[in-house]
Design a protein around this ligand. Structure first.
Ligand code: ZN
Ligand code: ZN
Length: 114
């Protein structure tokens, strides 16, 4: 599986507001030039693009979803599905949002063994 990696500029004030509401403090805010979402889903996914915005440490993470018309911030727990075909010690739980479309993060060749 390849990653979609579509990017989208995020309106700055809305982004910071969503981050603040998710518990981020000012030192964690991105710079204006870095206010982009990058889609982490598999490249053949259906529906809106989806990129991680802020991981507060405790779940749920803040994600941004977008399409041509809309940008939406959502807080979603991670999928956490394991790859049952490999030994337990080498497994990495999927870090994509719960109920995500397409394959799990460990199915992406480039991220499988980070
Ligand atoms: Zn996408
Ligand atoms: Zn998954």
């Amino acid at each position: 599986m390849d990653i979609c990696r579509a990017t989208h500029r995020l309106p700055y004030v809305e982004l910071l507001t969503a981050m603040r509401d998710a518990g981020a403090n000012e030192s964690e805010y991105p710079k204006l030039d870095d206010a982009f979402g990058t889609c982490a889903l598999g490249e053949k996914h259906n529906g809106r693009h989806m990129g991680s915005v802020y991981a507060p440490g405790a779940e749920p993470e803040l994600w941004v979803q977008w399409d041509d018309d809309k940008i939406i911030y959502v807080r979603v727990p991670i999928c956490a599905q394991d790859d049952l075909s490999i030994p337990l010690k080498e497994r990495m739980a999927c870090w994509l949002p719960l109920a995500h479309d397409c394959g799990h993060s460990w199915e992406a060749r480039e991220w499988a063994y980070l």
